[in-house]
Design a protein around this ligand. Sequence first.
Ligand code: ADP
Ligand code: MG
Length: 392
Amino acid sequence: MNEQPSALAGHLDAGQRPPQDAQAQPAHDAAAAPIVQFRDVSKTYDGLGNVIDRLNLDIGRGEFLTLLGPSGSGKTTLLMMLAGFENPTEGDLLLDGRSLDHTPAHRRNMGIVFQSYALFPHMSVRRNIGYPLLQRGMAKAEIARRVDEALRMIHLDGFGERLPAQLSGGQQQRVALARALVFRPDIVLMDEPLGALDKQLREEMQIEIKHLHAALGVTVLYVTHDQSEALTLSDRIAVLDKGVILQVGTPEQIYETPNSSFVANFIGEMNNFPGTVREDEGVCMVELDCGVTVQATNAIAAKPGMRVNVAVRPEQTILSQPKADDTGAIPATVRSKIYHGDHLRYEIEVDGCADIMARTTVAAPERLSVGARVALRWAAGSARVLDARQAR
Ligand code: ADP
Ligand code: MG
């Protein structure tokens, strides 16, 4: 980005309108050399256990990559190592193919945004945003010009002379964002930046961050425990649990083809049917604990005899009135029905098995009443055989 005459000014227009096609291919080139590489990185704080455990991850130039995982899974630790505030206990961290071992935090040229805005309370918005430029020895006039651009970019022109305390939470976080971007960093690290905002503001800010990323082409490493935020923002998501990346992929890949029960259940809602693999010759047949044998996609190379979870999304489950010749359907009972305006949710008790959720359109031909006996099935290919790890 450094060769551009003005990183922010050149993109102001683009930054203020939605991308032409939200589904367009990400700006980054997956085939190009990654900008960041974690190579067998481990981190222990106390010498006892690994908080990050031999982790490998490449981040593409210009990519928006999200680390998604529950609290304590090691997201902040990973980010702090890249920022240079923590050192890996083992392994290598590369930036543009070169080791970061001897590069201190202030020379890594990364913008950072935390959940707590960390603005200087006694400095005006202008001085907060201009601070990284002042630190870099930039001339006053150039700083003023760049700060003006940044204020426009975050839709806060006219707010430059205010103190942080005179802004709303969302406005303060936009100032923190501008301060992290104003010096044209190669990479921006964001650690739960929207965590303190209410739902509506959070969703607005997600769209703004997405636009800024598209407009500036900067590489973003984003941390969140919020799966819907990860789905909304990311080119790719890395799902982290206990310091280990379980799966990396596009939002579609993570949602539609999870490779473990943890990922399947962490992203979106999932129904889990415990069972035992009976056959895996071409098609995988699983005898569910409720007695019905079903076909499912074997995502974990499970062998006959193995205990597994058959996972099906609520929106893939199909409910109908039971018929005499219902082979392959799972007998169940409707326990509750909730009207959500655009869809209906049924809570279903499967005979001799788990309780599950089904989701149908309001216009579904068969509306079922509470207490009704139903036949449960799903579209071919929508059930996945995953590990039997206890669903969350
Ligand atoms: P996350 O950001 O995903 O919530 P963290 O990276 O903050 O997770 O923490 C991962 C694990 O490392 C947790 O078990 C946490 O208690 C531990 N941890 C984090 N920072 C320190 C520290 N400075 N000293 C000791 N343990 C830490
Ligand atoms: Mg954290």
